[in-house]
Design a protein around this ligand. Structure first.
Ligand SMILES: CC(C)(COP(=O)(O)OP(=O)(O)OC[C@H]1O[C@@H](n2cnc3c(N)ncnc32)[C@H](O)[C@@H]1OP(=O)(O)O)[C@@H](O)C(=O)NCCC(=O)NCCS
Length: 157
């Protein structure tokens, strides 16, 4: 299966399905969130040259995953910016290297946009992000979950 990664801005027709997938995965953790609010946030990410932006992985004209770069992440850590989020691969397509391709492109985009440090938080996938050079900088309770805050310093070279 050949996978391509592109800006969601070039494929806005896939925004609703990506919002449905990610809202099904995480929506239940935040009572202030909704599918409509998720769609609105993703509409704000239809950019190619500045954050917030969203990347989509696709194959044969079907989306299979996504990742975002966004200004805000955890409300309890407003000083940290920008954040990587919405990292998601369709369950049928996992463990085929698609998450890895999304991560590599997200890091390349961060470098292009001169991001010094990229942050993320995760409840379940710390081991995944360690593979891409992120360090765990804090363990904290957030949205009723035990979470890790992770950071990646992005080299300019
Ligand atoms: C996490 C996720 C994005 C990984 O996507 P994927 O396409 O299956 O990942 P890849 O196939 O590219 O895997 C890359 C590497 O990470 C490892 N990996 C995959 N998922 C992992 C996880 N949840 N925890 C730890 N390591 C993981 C793989 O084994 C692989 O390792 P290898 O290179 O040594 O073989 C995907 O499982 C997913 O969408 N999960 C649900 C949503 C989620 O948890 N998102 C991140 C939380 S913030």
């Amino acid at each position: 299966m050949t996978i391509a990664i592109d800006y969601l801005a070039n494929h806005p027709q896939w925004l609703p399905i990506l919002a449905e997938w990610t809202y099904s995965e995480w929506g239940k953790f935040d009572s202030n969130n909704s599918l409509q609010a998720t769609i609105k946030r993703y509409e704000d990410r239809l950019n190619k040259d500045h954050i917030p932006l969203m990347l989509v992985a696709y194959s044969d004209s079907h989306p299979v995953g996504c990742v975002s770069l966004k200004e805000t992440g955890m409300t309890i850590r407003p000083d940290y910016t920008p954040w990587l989020g919405s990292m998601y691969v369709n369950p049928k397509e996992r463990r085929k290297g698609i998450g890895s391709q999304l991560m590599q492109r997200a890091i390349a985009e961060s470098k292009k946009l001169l991001v010094p440090t990229l942050y993320l938080w995760t409840a379940l996938a710390e081991g995944f992000y360690l593979k891409y050079g992120f360090n765990t900088i804090e363990s904290t309770r957030y949205l009723d979950q035990d979470t890790k805050i992770m950071a990646l310093h992005i080299s300019r070279e």
